[in-house]
Each structure stands twice: as C-alpha cells, then as structure tokens.
Design a protein around this ligand. Structure first.
Ligand SMILES: *Cc1c(COP(=O)(O)O)cnc(C)c1O
Length: 365
C-alpha cells in the first residue's frame, strides 16, 4: 500500500510534542484566542517573514476576510485562476464581488501577467493569485503589472506554505496573503484552521476585527463582523508542527526529485515544471498524461493511491454556469489536458517512491 497522505504516521513521529501541546491548552483553558493563538501568529509571521499574522477559522474564511479587509468598491471584478479549488472563487462571490476566471500557464498551471491582462477590464479591482500545487506564481512581474493597473493582490497560499519566488517567501509580495491549515495541507492542523498575513497594519487590524464580531471591546462593536477565529488547540498544534515544517518540505522536494529523475524521459508523461527562480514545495506532484483515470486504476490495483486535482475546471462547474466562461478559449477549459497527482508527502519512504515509479513506468511500457 502506498498512501496518498499519512497523517497518522506523521503524528506518531512527534506524538509526545503534540500531546503535550494539546494538554497545555486544556490545562490553561485558552481555547479561543488567548496565548496559544498569539504565539502561533508570531511564529508564523516570522516563518513567512511578514509583519502581521491573523489566525482565523479556515483558509476559505481567510480569503473572504482578506477581500473584505481590502474594502474594494462593491461588485468589483476579481480575477482568479480557472484551475484551483472552489474556495478561491467562492470567497469572491461571498464577499459581494464578481468572479472573473483567467487562464493559467501550461507549464506551471499558474496565473501570469499575460493571462491576467487578458481578463482585465475597467471594473477589475483585484486579482487572487494561487500558488497552485506548491509552485509559486512569478510575483515580481505580477506585482509590477498590478501597480501599473492599480490592482490589489491577494496571494492564496493554501497549497504553498514555504514556497519561494526569487528567494523570497510567497505571502510577502501581495497586499495580503492567505493560508489554509486544513489537515491535508503541507502545514496541517487537526481540524480546520487558517491565517492571513500582511505587512499592512491597518489591513491586519480590519481583518481581525471583522473575524471577531467587529469588536473593539467585549460588548462594544464598531461594525458587524462575524466569527472566524483560530482555536487554541489548533494554534498549539500548528506551532509545534511549524518547527518540523522545513524538514518535511525538504522530504517532499526529495521525493519530487526522485519522481522527476525517473519519469522525465518517459514518453506520454509531462512532469511538473519547477522554474529556476522557484522553490516548489510540492503540495502535489501533478503529472500530465492522456488517460489519468486508466493510469489511476492500474496504480490502484497495485495498492497505490492517486488523485485528480481538479477533475473539472472551475468555469465548467455548474456553480459557475451563469458566468458563461465554460467555452472560453482557455487552456483550463481544454478537455485533453489531463492531470494526475501521484502520492506526495513526508510519509513516503524511498522504496515506496520506487514502487510508484515502477508502476507508472510499467503502464507506459
Ligand atoms: C484548501 C484550499 C483553500 C481553502 O482552505 P480551507 O482551509 O479548506 O477553507 C483555498 N484555496 C486553495 C487553493 C486550497 O487548496
């Protein structure tokens, strides 16, 4: 059996640290906000190299709060990539704005200045770049374009904690960046959790206020907000796991190197690109093949898990039929572009990586 993800194995490797962290939250009753939340916010801001971190309930809320805290004109157009998880676009609509899907580059599956420009109109107020699968977007050129066009930039870093663009951590380029600590992400909590980071003090304060009932004081509210806070147990778990993140990320990079070396020359497979300016953190290792479902079935027979991210491009989902972008001439809408995610994570042993490689090669022989 080669698992796609093995959270229990990771837990067992740091069990006593995690158990102690959880116990200290329970013993101090600091369940919501409190010292563990504050500690994690400091730890995480310093890991990313950003001034402020606000811990929130999950990565989707982080996106919504980031958009709301930017105070864009009502019903603004916000550009998002057509290949992402629905949370990215959902947050746009839920905060009262209009989704505009843009195409992604064929090599990195990410937005670029060209694809953003192609969808820019007079109503575009912002762009949400997604560092998809763990590969960073090229943020230097994107920030230049944004400043030319007067666009605000949100970085959706849900899949890319620790990724770098020209040596600088993602999440430090845009106006604000959001992270998901969903259990399956590279830095995963033991439940839902998320955060946003920014160097803009006022924006951080606004987001924190909205996420905490618009509160100035316990029963003093400036505005109506909502409840999306990071809970103490998740914060303590995340601070503990953050200390191991670099080791786990290096393991992912090592696994990716092995896959790449073995599969690069195989006819019928396109291995994922890693640009020379990028630190790719391989949330997923996504290959392009003609018939991913048939390869997945053969892998499954050999006890190897795999996944498809994402089976349907966002513009083609029923949820976005109203936009009429399903037929747009975009790479994301092409039906012959077929992706398959191989097992990836710090749980993989070298012999398991070898097993995956052999099974994939056998399929193509
Ligand atoms: C996981 C994910 C999110 C949402 O995070 P949750 O914590 O599950 O709400 C947003 N964007 C992308 C690209 C994701 O992969």
């Amino acid at each position: 059996m080669v698992k796609f993800l093995d959270l229990n194995k990771q837990y067992l490797s740091i069990k006593s640290e995690i158990d102690d962290a959880i116990a200290s939250v329970i013993e101090s009753s600091a369940f919501v906000g409190g010292k563990f939340g504050k500690q994690f916010e400091q730890d995480f801001a310093s890991y990313i190299g950003a001034e402020y971190c606000v811990g929130v309930g999950n990565g989707t809320d982080a996106l919504e709060l980031a958009i709301e805290a930017l105070d864009l004109p009502p019903k603004s157009e916000i550009i998002v990539p057509g290949n992402s998880f629905i949370a990215t676009s959902e947050a746009v609509t839920r905060s009262g704005h209009s989704v505009v899907f843009a195409d992604v580059e064929e090599d990195t599956y990410n937005l670029s200045t060209e694809t953003i420009k192609a969808k820019h109109t007079g109503k575009t107020a912002a762009v949400i770049v997604v560092h998809l699968y763990g590969h960073p977007c090229e943020m230097v050129s994107i920030m230049e374009l944004a400043s030319e066009l007067g666009l605000r930039v949100i970085e959706d870093c849900a899949q890319a904690v620790g990724a770098k663009c020209h040596g600088r951590s993602i999440g430090t380029f845009g106006d604000v960046a959001t992270f998901s600590f969903y259990p399956g992400k590279n830095l995963g909590a033991y439940g839902d959790a998320g955060s946003l980071v920014t160097n803009d003090e006022a924006l951080a304060a606004r987001a924190r206020k909205i996420a905490n009932h618009g509160r100035v004081d316990k029963y003093d509210h400036d505005i109506e907000g909502r409840n999306s806070r990071l809970d103490g147990i998740q914060a303590a778990i995340l601070s503990t796991k953050l200390r191991h993140l670099e080791t786990w990320t290096e393991r992912r990079i090592h696994v990716a190197k092995s896959y790449r070396r073995a599969l690069k020359g195989v006819e019928g497979i396109v291995v994922p690109q890693c640009c020379d300016w990028a630190r790719h953190v391989y949330h997923l290792f996504v290959i392009r093949v003609a018939e991913p479902k048939s390869l997945a079935a053969q892998l499954k027979e050999k006890g190897i898990a795999s996944g498809i991210h994402y089976p349907t491009a966002l513009p083609k989902l029923l949820a976005y039929k109203y936009l009429g972008q399903a037929e747009d001439d975009m790479f994301v809408n092409r039906s012959d572009v077929e992706l398959l995610s191989l097992p990836m994570g710090d749980h993989l042993e070298d012999r398991e990586v070898q097993q995956v490689v052999e099974a994939v090669m056998e399929y193509f022989r």
